[in-house]
Design a protein around this ligand. Structure first.
Ligand code: AMP
Length: 320
C-alpha cells in the first residue's frame, strides 16, 4: 500500500535495506532525539524502540535523553548504562549540536529526520523533508522493512500517531499530505485512546493559562506583519513557568489575520530562545542566517542578546 511512497523518497528507498542489515549486526542499539523534545521527537524515538523490540526481542534497545514531564504520558526514557560499541540511531534532529546526548558513544550513527539535511552526520542518513514528521517517516521505514503488519502494535501506533498529530498541529498545518492522512488512518486501526492523548498533549496549568494574558497584551507588530513578543525571565518567574512551558504557546498568534510571521523570544539563563512561525513566507533561511534552523514555516534560533532580536525582526520584515 505504501510502496509508491517508499519509492518516491530517495534516501529511504536507497537506505532502508542497508539500515536493516546494520541493525541486524548489532546487539545493542541506542536511540536518541533532540533537546527539548516535542511529541514527534518522543513519539518517533519510543515507537522505533518498540518496533525494534518486537522484531528483535533479544537485542538491547534503549531510548535516551532528558525526560520531559509534560510528555511522560507517552512513555519514559531509559537510564543510560555503559554499553560497548552500540549502534546509535538519532531521530528528528537536524544537527549534532541539538542532539540530547553524546553521539560519540555510537560505533556507527544513523540519522532519521525530516528537517533540511545541512548536516548529514550519520553513517546512514534517511532524511526526507517531504514528510510531515519523523513519526510518519518511521512508519514508512517499518513499511519498507515489511514490518508494518506484524510488528507495529498498539503502543507504537499510539506513539507514531501522537508524533504526527504534534507536528501537523492536529492535521491543520500545510505539511499534512495525502500520505500523512493515509498513515494516520492505518495507525488509527490500532487500539489506543487518541482523544485522551490529545487532551493530555494540550492540557495546561492555571499559570500557563493566565500567561496567555501576558502574551495577548504585550506583543508588538511591524506594519508589514512581523509580530513579536519578548518574555524576560522576570515574567517567567511571575507566572512560575519554565521556558518550555511558556514557549508552548507560540501558536496563539496564528489566528491574527494581520500577523504574517511571528515569534516568541523567551529569555533563558544564558541565551534567548526564539520560536519563529510563518503562514506562507519561508523563514528557515533567516533562522539559519542567525545560527538556527528548522522547517520553512516553523523555525527556531538561539540568540545571545536583546539587540540581536531587533536584527531578527528587521531580517524577517524584509522577507515580506
Ligand atoms: P521549535 O520552535 O522549537 O518547535 O522549533 C521549530 C523547528 O526549528 C524545529 O524543527 C527545530 O528543530 C528547529 N530549531 C529550533 N531551534 C533551533 C536552533 N536553535 N537551531 C537549529 N534549529 C532549531
Amino acid at each position: 500500500m505504501f510502496t509508491e511512497y517508499i519509492n518516491h523518497y530517495t534516501s529511504l528507498r536507497e537506505n532502508y535495506k542497508k539500515l536493516l542489515n546494520m541493525i541486524n549486526s548489532y546487539d545493542e542499539i541506542i536511540i536518541m532525539r533532540h533537546l527539548r523534545p516535542d511529541p514527534d521527537a518522543i513519539g518517533s524515538q519510543l515507537a522505533l524502540k518498540e518496533i525494534l523490540k518486537c522484531v528483535f526481542p533479544n537485542k538491547k534497545v534503549t531510548a535516551l535523553g532528558e525526560s520531559e514531564a509534560s510528555l511522560e504520558f507517552l512513555g519514559k526514557m531509559d537510564t543510560a548504562t555503559s554499553v560497548e560499541q552500540p549502534l546509535l540511531i538519532v531521530v528528528d534532529t537536524a544537527g549534532v549540536g541539538r542532539i540530547d546526548g553524546d553521539i560519540s558513544v555510537g560505533d556507527k550513527v544513523v540519522k532519521i529526520d525530516h528537517h533540511p539535511n545541512h548536516e548529514p552526520y550519520g553513517d546512514i542518513n534517511i532524511v526526507e523533508t517531504g514528510v510531515s514528521s519523523t513519526s510518519e517517516l518511521i512508519f514508512l521505514l517499518a513499511s519498507a522493512w515489511g514490518f508494518d503488519n506484524d510488528y507495529i502494535n498498539d503502543v507504537s501506533a499510539r506513539l507514531l500517531f501522537s508524533g504526527i498529530v504534534g507536528d501537523t498541529g492536529r492535521f491543520l498545518f500545510n505539511n499534512t499530505s495525502t500520505l500523512t492522512l493515509k498513515v494516520a488512518s492505518e495507525l488509527r486501526k490500532f487500539d489506543f485512546d487518541a482523544a485522551q492523548d490529545m487532551t493530555e498533549m494540550n492540557k495546561q496549568s492555571l499559570d500557563q493559562f493566565k500567561f496567555k494574558g501576558y502574551l495577548i497584551n504585550n506583543f508588538e507588530m511591524t506594519d508589514k506583519g512581523v509580530l513579536h513578543v519578548w518574555v524576560p525571565r522576570s515574567v517567567l518567574s511571575d507566572y512560575e513557568l519554565t521556558s518550555n512551558e511558556a514557549s508552548m504557546h507560540v501558536n496563539i498568534y496564528r489566528e491574527i489575520d494581520e500577523a504574517k510571521i511571528w515569534f516568541m523570544a523567551v529569555e533563558e539563563a544564558d541565551n534567548i530562545r526564539v520560536r519563529v512561525r510563518s503562514k506562507e513566507t519561508v523563514i528557515n533561511d533567516v533562522a539559519e542566517s542567525f545560527g538556527g534552523g528548522g522547517h520553512p514555516l516553523a523555525s527556531g534560533v538561539s540568540i545571545a542578546s536583546y539587540e540581536e532580536l531587533q536584527l531578527l525582526i528587521e531580517a524577517l520584515d524584509s522577507k515580506l
